[in-house]
Design a protein. Structure first.
Length: 144
């Protein structure tokens, strides 16, 4: 689910929440979530990442500054070490936050990536989902 929100400071946020499940044959060493906001004709506008296992209560997030939100969502092992070893079949929540999202967002995509996968520059349409994870309740949607 993706929603446009306003902070108490007036800053705009685009928040994407969902769950990711390890559907592979072995435990995962951790999952990063890569979200992409798309504009007209599915053109990439901006990307951001966060680690699975981190979820901020939205009533608290409205009062948090950017540094605190990024710090919390950037915890490698997730809240309570939930993103350290993920057994087969286990699901974790995730949240990716975009600060001051640009106008023209029409949809988004979400990918689950192994935490050990190296960073790389990618062109549109070349990113692949991690084959042993499944993202639930995450479809591209149109924002109102």
């Amino acid at each position: 689910m993706g929603q446009l929100k306003k902070q108490d400071t007036g800053e705009s946020l685009y928040v994407i929440k969902g769950t990711v499940t390890n559907v592979g044959e072995a435990a995962s060493d951790g999952i990063r979530i890569r979200a992409t906001l798309l504009g007209k004709d599915n053109q990439v506008i901006v990307q951001n990442e966060a680690y699975a296992g981190n979820l901020i209560d939205e009533s608290l997030m409205a009062h948090m500054n950017r540094v605190r939100i990024e710090g919390f969502l950037g915890m490698r092992y997730g809240e309570g070490n939930s993103n350290r070893t993920i057994p087969v079949g286990m699901s974790l929540p995730f949240m990716v936050v975009f600060f001051d999202p640009p106008e023209g967002v029409e949809s988004f995509t979400v990918k689950a990536v192994n935490v050990d996968e190296p960073e790389r520059i990618q062109s549109s349409g070349t990113d692949t989902e991690k084959s042993d994870t499944r993202i639930s309740s995450q479809r591209s949607i149109r924002s109102n």
